[in-house]
Design a protein around this ligand. Structure first.
Ligand SMILES: Nc1ncnc2c1ncn2[C@@H]1O[C@H](COP(=O)(O)OP(=O)(O)OP(=O)(O)O)[C@@H](O)[C@H]1O
Ligand SMILES: [Mg+2]
Length: 265
């Protein structure tokens, strides 16, 4: 389908957990790419440190920057969640935030490569971009994503910081990205404001609504089995349909307007 970037403003935790929950229920081959400049957490968390950290973004970046080996080396830097199926793969993130600066030249190349995976290998990519407003943000990945899901909580502090983030992201996506309507909201848990109120107030659609589900979130954060019948995973499965529908809609005018596509090329 596409490249979906997940991020959040200050005061809205849950990016990695949400990306992992989507990965577990995604209905086609998928890669979760940990591109949070503050550090990856899936190897040490959900995978409980059972794998050595010799794979992932940093060695891949070194291979690309030294000898342009991104496309060649990419697959051997992935971890298969359910081997040997290769249906759900992880690109582990950095282990030290100090490494983030060295990744800056790689974000743009990675964004292009992720976009090519859909047609070349039939993989969708869920990019954990971490929190906004950190040093060395993976901005090119946010620009190039088909959809940017800005996660938030329906609480006043989260709403305030998310509103500011929306303004920044809109400008960024208009000037350099896929357009401001690639930005949608994901609301985690219940609070004083409904999704409809938030959507209206923020003038941004709420496309993902997820429950507070401590059991599933703890397993995804610290390791352990998860079941598709548990609330969080039931909701990510439903939200996938909405994301797919949104991406199809966003692509439609472009393809209809393109005479080559109309002629079936
Ligand atoms: N839907 C949820 N229901 C209950 N708890 C959740 C949910 N999503 C996340 N959490 C909890 O919130 C905490 C932070 O989650 P997570 O690590 O996903 O946040 P993050 O935004 O990736 O943070 P970081 O900046 O550390 O990368 C964890 O303890 C996690 O279990
Ligand atoms: Mg995280």
């Amino acid at each position: 389908m596409a490249v979906i970037a997940l991020t959040a403003a200050k005061g809205s935790p849950g990016v990695t957990t949400t990306a992992l929950a989507f990965t577990m229920t995604w209905t086609s081959p998928v890669i979760i790419a940990e591109c949070d400049p503050a550090g990856g957490s899936v190897l040490a968390g959900f995978l409980r440190g059972q794998l050595s950290a010799d794979r992932g973004l940093v060695p891949l970046a070194v291979a690309e920057l030294r000898s342009e080996r991104l496309a060649v080396d990419f697959w051997r830097h992935l971890v298969d969640f359910d081997p040997p199926g290769q249906q759900r793969l992880l690109l582990p993130g950095i282990s030290e935030p100090a490494q983030a600066g060295s990744l800056e030249p790689i974000w743009g190349r990675l964004a292009q490569y992720f976009a090519s995976l859909e047609t070349r290998h039939n993989y969708d990519v869920l990019v954990d971009c971490g929190r906004l407003a950190v040093p060395h943000p993976p901005a090119p990945l946010i620009h190039a994503a088909d959809v940017v899901v800005l996660l938030m909580r329906p609480t006043l502090p989260s709403i305030a910081s998310t509103a500011a983030a929306i303004r920044t992201l809109r400008t960024m996506l208009t000037e350099q990205g896929a357009g401001p309507d690639s930005l949608v909201l994901g609301v985690i848990g219940k609070g004083a404001y409904s999704a409809a109120e938030i959507s209206k107030q923020m003038q941004t659609p709420v496309v993902v609504e997820l429950p507070e589900d401590v059991r599933t979130a703890t397993a995804l954060t610290q390791g352990g089995a998860v079941k598709h019948a548990w609330p969080l995973l039931r909701r990510t499965a439903q939200a996938e349909e909405r994301l797919r529908a949104l991406i199809t809609r966003r692509r439609m005018p472009r393809s209809l307007a393109d005479p080559e596509v109309m002629r079936g090329h």
